[in-house]
Design a protein around this ligand. Structure first.
Ligand code: UT7
Length: 322
């Protein structure tokens, strides 16, 4: 028997308002045609009054707890990935903790931008296997639209808001049983200037706006994602042929296609939500995971691989038997 973190529930939440490309094109110098052709995005959800990273995270967490059949009081660890916390401090994870009644356990945020959920999952999995808690909530939650410069058409059409969450439970399982099988995480700080925010508490004392050199990021994304996917599979002696579903970070349909092609993965095995969610940064992987779990595509026993790449650069992949 092996101690593993087993995925026992997923949940997600989106802001009420969906904004189509056509609606965006009324105020931004862009078109539905350009956005769809270059990114695959057709709409994004945008947080309105009263909707924040924590309100979305709490809704996603409650949905995941319900799916798992456990109470907030059963959760000893909350790791929340976000680039857009409600406040610089306290950690948004502590706001979620109080809302679900998990007070007294461990709760903190991690910052790895679009790879944040993979980093949060890796940390939570390690802590569960080390015995620091027996059940964890891992959340990716963002209000990325609040970091956007709406005058910059090269970035403002690409992002959206939302949250996704999973409940993990530490269990002793057989070798071919369920759980997180392997997680690989990477960062390379040499590429900070390709994707960053031009502000922060210690520099400008403002939040700043997201800046991106899209074409360069695109190139790095395909190479890094194909590498990390290949490596995480190799670690456990599997190949892309063994994978039932890829649940990727949803930045661009063309990145999803190019990465799948590089690995010889058929497009039918790739979960795609970028058309309706756009890029929700750390929320995108758990949002897509919840969609494909609730619509019945991902079933118990399936081998799934999560992957993401984002600012830093940071990137990673996690292989999970459901
Ligand atoms: O989540 C973190 C990871 N992020 C990513 O993975 C994003 C990676 N990058 C991308 O997804 C793509 O590079 C973009 C979708 C951002 C851009 O697509 P692209 O095919 O690389 O376009 P481009 O940046 O090379 O721009 C092509 C043209 C430019 O015009 P010129 O210079 O060729 O005349 C842009 O000015 O498209 C123009 N353009 C736009 N036109 C209409 C840029 N943004 C827009 C826009 N509407 N919103």
């Amino acid at each position: 028997m092996t101690r593993r973190s087993v995925l026992i529930g997923t949940g997600s939440a989106l802001p009420k308002r969906a904004v189509s490309n056509a609606e965006l094109a009324e105020t931004v110098d862009t078109s539905d045609e350009w956005i769809v052709e270059r990114s695959g995005i057709r709409q994004r959800h945008v947080a309105g009054e009263g909707e924040t990273t924590s309100t979305l995270a709490i809704a996603a967490a409650r949905a995941a707890l319900e799916a798992a059949g456990v109470d907030g009081t059963d959760i000893g660890l909350i790791v929340l990935a976000t680039t857009t916390p409600d406040q610089t401090f306290p950690a948004t994870a502590t706001i979620v903790q109080d809302a679900i009644g998990a007070n007294g356990g461990i709760a903190f945020d991690v910052a790895a931008v679009c790879s944040g959920f993979l980093y949060a999952l890796g940390v939570a999995d390690s802590m569960l296997r080390a015995g620091m808690a027996s059940r964890a909530l891992v959340i990716g939650a963002e209000t990325m639209t609040r970091l956007l410069d709406w005058e910059d058409r090269t970035t403002c059409v690409l992002f959206g808001d939302g949250a996704g969450a999973v409940v993990l439970e530490a269990r002793d399982v057989a070798g071919d049983g369920p759980g997180v099988l392997a997680t690989h995480l990477h960062a390379d700080g040499a590429h900070n200037e390709l994707l960053y925010v031009d502000g922060g508490p210690s520099t400008t004392q403002t939040v700043g706006h997201l800046r991106m050199k899209g074409r360069e990021v695109f190139r790095h994304a395909v190479v890094n994602l194909a590498d990390v996917l290949g490596n995480v599979l190799a670690e456990v002696g599997l190949t892309s042929a063994d994978v039932d579903w890829v649940v990727p970070h949803q930045a661009n349909q063309r990145i999803l296609d190019a990465t799948a092609k590089k690995l010889g993965l058929p497009p039918e095995k790739v979960v795609v939500t970028v058309d309706r969610h756009a890029n929700t940064s750390a929320a995108s992987v758990p949002l897509a995971l919840d969609v494909a779990t609730r619509d019945g595509r991902i079933k118990p026993g399936d081998l799934i691989v999560l992957e993401a790449m984002g600012g830093g650069f940071t990137w990673g992949a996690s292989l999970i038997r459901v």
